[in-house]
Design a protein around this ligand. Structure first.
Ligand SMILES: [Zn+2]
Length: 424
């Protein structure tokens, strides 16, 4: 399979633009970039006036929660978890997880996301959904104290099974230091190290949880993770909203913080220290879940982060290039080697059509993308060289997806809430 994109403007990860280039893709890889390339391909795309960039990564998601989208609105974070989400989740079926994930993956691809770091249970169903959607999945197996033995043995098996898969990777997913004991966390870190794997967990999500951690252990969440050895291996930290100056010193060279500003705004979680810490951490963006952020749109998360930050700091602190780089950073937090516009890199790419009413005039294409664009401007999406969105249309059976989601959501409402296994 080969594609030649002719005469397109490249938008590289550091925000620079290189005009009038041809890009040749073959066998899932960028084979060549240059002016007037001689190659012939099975498919040729005229890129005149358009922009080609690496795709967008998402470093924290609960994709199956798209099946719960719109179910828990206008409540604070404690009621959101304890009175709504955990009780509904206790009755989720594998089919709900599969179709919830398919819905989320469709929306991610629509929005130019080709790699997502997910954190949930019913992992086989999420993997099947990613495979069927064609998206790259970096999956953490969500593990609590109450299901510890079962989940770590499943993780071990899945890590080995998908070790060499180009599109699916599995890692350990301790839920958090508030729903998992320090001893269990330490055991997970040791297993992840022995397997050559990594971890993905929640950390420092709310002020109350940080206070509880201090009261219970005399330590912050980050201190507990550090003492378990969690920062000596690749680590995805979801949120890190209340990391202190002291906590920052504990983070490792391969620790990545994932922010989902829309969730913080919706659940009234405050901004914590994230606008102060932005420049001091390896920062990236996630989408959290459909029940908290409502959209699978990482560009929206980046935009809200920058706007809320400027508003909060009363300063134009987040430049276009800085925001674009932070958005692209997430590729480095996963293991797919994506996020590069160079020879030999995997062909996970977006063709942007910015010649539309919502983005013209194009004084600065990055401004158009970061502050004006939406999915209508994402004309074509490649994952591993394969086109999954073309001419603005998602290439999958969306009618079946919609019918399945409707029927699952009706059944879910009929079943109602169950008994939660955990408390936030
Ligand atoms: Zn989360």
């Amino acid at each position: 399979m080969s594609t030649l994109i002719k005469n397109i403007n490249l938008l590289v990860p550091d925000g620079r633009i290189v005009s009038g280039q041809d890009v040749f893709l073959q066998n899932g890889v960028i084979m060549d970039i240059g002016v007037n390339l001689p190659q012939h391909a099975r498919e040729t795309i005229d890129g005149t006036g358009k922009f080609l960039s690496p795709s967008l990564p998402v470093t924290h998601a609960h994709s199956p929660m798209h099946i719960l989208r719109g179910l828990a609105e206008d409540v604070g974070i404690e009621d959101w978890f304890n009175k709504e989400i955990f009780p509904f989740e206790s009755k989720l079926t594998p089919e709900d997880v599969y179709w919830g994930s398919r819905l989320c993956f469709a929306e991610l691809l629509e929005n130019g996301v080709t790699a997502v770091a997910d954190h949930y249970f019913f992992c086989e169903e999420i993997i099947a959904a990613a495979r069927d959607a064609g998206i790259r999945l970096d999956l953490a197996v969500c593990t609590f104290d109450f299901n510890f033995e079962e989940m770590v043995s499943l993780t071990k098996q899945l890590v080995a099974q998908y070790r060499d898969d180009p599109l699916i990777r599995v890692r350990y997913g301790p839920h958090s230091t508030y729903l998992l004991s320090p001893d269990h966390l330490k055991q997970i870190v040791e297993m992840a190290k022995a397997d050559g794997s990594s971890i993905h967990l929640h950390c420092s999500e709310s002020k109350a949880e940080e206070d509880n951690s201090q009261a219970k252990y005399g330590k912050s969440h980050a201190q507990i993770i550090q003492q378990a050895g969690g920062f000596t291996l690749p680590c995805l930290l979801a949120h890190g909203l209340y990391l202190s100056e002291y906590d920052l010193k504990l983070l490792g060279k391969d620790t990545w913080v994932s922010s989902a500003m829309k969730t913080y705004m919706k659940l009234g979680m405050g901004e914590g220290t994230i606008f102060i810490n932005h420049d001091k951490i390896h920062h990236s963006f996630g989408i959290d879940g459909g029940a908290s952020s409502n959209t699978a749109n990482v560009l929206e998360q980046a935009r809200l982060f920058a706007l809320a930050g400027k508003w909060h700091n009363k300063a134009a602190q987040f430049t276009l290039a800085d925001l674009w780089k932070t958005l692209q950073n997430g590729h480095q937090a996963m293991f797919f080697n994506t996020g590069k516009l160079e020879k030999g890199a995997p062909a996970d790419l977006i063709i942007w059509d910015l010649n539309q009413a919502n983005t013209l005039p194009l004084y600065h294409p990055l401004a158009a993308i970061l502050y004006s664009s939406d999915s209508r401007n994402i004309e074509t999406v490649f994952v591993n060289g394969k086109i999954l969105k073309k001419d603005g249309i998602l290439l999958q059976d969306t009618a079946e997806l919609q019918a399945q989601v409707l029927s699952r959501s009706n059944a879910l409402l009929k079943r109602g809430k169950g008994e939660a296994n955990v408390t936030f």
